[in-house]
Each structure stands twice: as structure tokens, then as C-alpha cells.
Design a protein around this ligand. Structure first.
Ligand code: PEP
Length: 257
């Protein structure tokens, strides 16, 4: 049985004090959780203080990106081994990195392999633009992104895949549950064909894009969606905790016992 995973992507938000406060509020508001993974992915500079705040709690710490090489002349970058000293998961290939920083599938692939090698769990983001969806190219784009990102990866076990339609990110225009389920099933089948159905069954697949406490259940009730990657709504502890509670309820996971 796959766990439920709710990950908060804090992007380029917060300051030292507000990052600590948000992490503290999430920590305080989380009841006993069983079968639910909760991850916080702050900006690099907020990783050490957030780590201190969540110490001793079940919250998992994550990063939003990494460089693929250690100990190289790569000014401004954070290498895999140094990052693995701090976090367990790392978001890779977010559409904002692809769009704003020109990250190609090849770069995403290097980062996925580097994260795995360093012992971190990648949250690999894939998703189509509105134009690609309207052209009817959604599955072509997703297959290309999966093929590129997972090239020369021995096994996808341990990799989390986040389906994040670009048109739904930060727009308040979430996909519908059936739209997200259709894609999650496509991703699982793609993995089943490339590796094997058993391994496809174990891969955690998330939906991301304007998730709120109000729409979380629509996604969490879908059989192939195992949780959410949450941007804006993860910056408010009440809405982030509300999302976790709704997802737990929809998946029949114990909450608050
Ligand atoms: C994201 O950036 O990964 C995301 C899903 O953002 P939002 O929830 O704000 O749409």
C-alpha cells in the first residue's frame, strides 16, 4: 500500500523568522500520523533553521533543486552530497525551473541521477502547458519528459512523480480529479511498460497545481493519486494542515488519533 504524501513547496518565499514560524505551526498542528508523509521544501537558506524546528517530528525536510555535481566550480549551486547532509527529498524539474532557468530534460535527468546517488528521494515534476493540452499533445509531452528524466535510471522505486500541469500552477485553475487521474494512470502505465507493473504500483504519484483544502479530496479520492505537491497553500499553516487532513480523510488514513 502506497503512503499518502503531501509536500509543501515554499518556493522563493519567507524570511528566517517566518520560515521558522511556519514550520513550528505545521509541527504543532500535525497530530499522530500513520501512513502519511508530510514534507516541507523551503528555500536553501531556510533549510538549517527549519531542520532545527522540526527535529524529533515526523516531518520530512526537502529542497527545491540541486546541482548534479559535487566539488566543482559551479558558483551559486548546491551539490548533491552537501544537500544530502540536510534533506531527504528534493524537487527536480519544477516547471518554474524549466521555464525561468531553461532546464532541459537532460539537465533534469542529471539531477535525478545525482539525487538518487546521494541517497535523496527526487520529486520529479512533469506537466504540459495549456497550449500543449489544447493541441492534444499532453501525453506526448509527458512521455517525452518521463523518457528524458528517467533515462539510465535503473529503477524508479524511490522516485516520486508529481504531475503538475503548468496551466494549473499558481493560477487557481486546478485540474479536475478525473483529468489528474487520467494522467496519473498514464504515468503508472508508462512506468509499468518501461520497468514492470509491480514497480509501477509502488511509485508515489502526486498531483500539483492550485491545490487547496477545498479541492484536495477531489484528487485524493482518485486511485492513482497518492497526494499533492502544494505551492501557495503551503505558505499558510491552516490551509496546509487542512489539505493534509482532507487527503487523509479521503484516503481513509487515521488522522488525529
Ligand atoms: C507548485 O509550485 O508546485 C504548485 C503546485 O503551486 P500552487 O499550489 O501554488 O499551484
Amino acid at each position: 500500500m502506497r503512503p499518502l504524501l503531501i509536500a509543501g513547496n515554499w518556493k522563493c518565499h519567507l524570511r528566517h523568522a517566518s520560515a521558522r514560524r511556519l514550520a513550528e505551526e505545521v509541527r504543532q498542528g500535525l497530530p499522530q500520523i500513520d501512513g502519511i508523509l508530510v514534507a516541507l521544501c523551503p528555500a536553501f537558506v531556510h533549510i538549517p533553521p527549519v531542520k532545527e524546528v522540526i527535529k524529533g517530528s515526523p516531518i520530512i525536510l526537502g529542497a527545491q533543486d540541486l546541482h548534479w555535481q559535487d566539488d566543482v566550480a559551479a558558483t551559486g549551486e548546491v551539490g548533491p552530497s552537501m544537500l544530502a547532509e540536510w534533506v531527504e527529498v528534493v524537487i527536480i524539474g519544477h516547471s518554474e525551473r524549466r521555464r525561468l532557468f531553461g532546464e532541459s530534460d537532460e539537465v533534469v535527468n542529471r539531477k535525478v541521477k545525482a539525487a538518487l546517488q546521494a541517497g535523496m528521494r527526487p520529486i520529479l515534476c512533469i506537466g504540459e502547458t495549456l497550449e500543449e493540452r489544447q493541441r492534444g499533445d499532453t501525453f506526448i509531452v509527458l512521455a517525452r519528459q518521463l523518457e528524458g528524466a528517467l533515462a539510465q535510471v535503473d529503477s524508479p522505486e524511490g522516485i516520486v512523480i508529481a504531475y503538475e500541469p503548468v496551466w494549473a500552477i499558481g493560477t487557481h485553475m486546478a485540474a479536475t480529479g478525473p483529468q489528474a487521474q487520467e494522467v496519473a494512470l498514464f504515468i503508472r502505465s508508462w512506468i509499468g511498460k518501461k520497468w514492470d507493473p509491480q514497480c509501477a504500483d509502488s511509485v508515489i504519484i502526486l498531483y500539483g497545481g492550485s491545490v487547496t483544502p477545498q479541492n484536495m479530496a477531489e484528487f485524493a479520492t482518485q486511485p492513482d493519486i497518492d497526494g499533492a505537491l502544494v505551492g501557495g497553500a503551503s505558505l499558510d499553516s491552516r490551509s496546509f494542515l487542512g489539505i493534509i487532513a482532507e487527503a487523509a480523510r479521503a484516503k481513509g488514513k487515521p488522522w488525529g488519533s
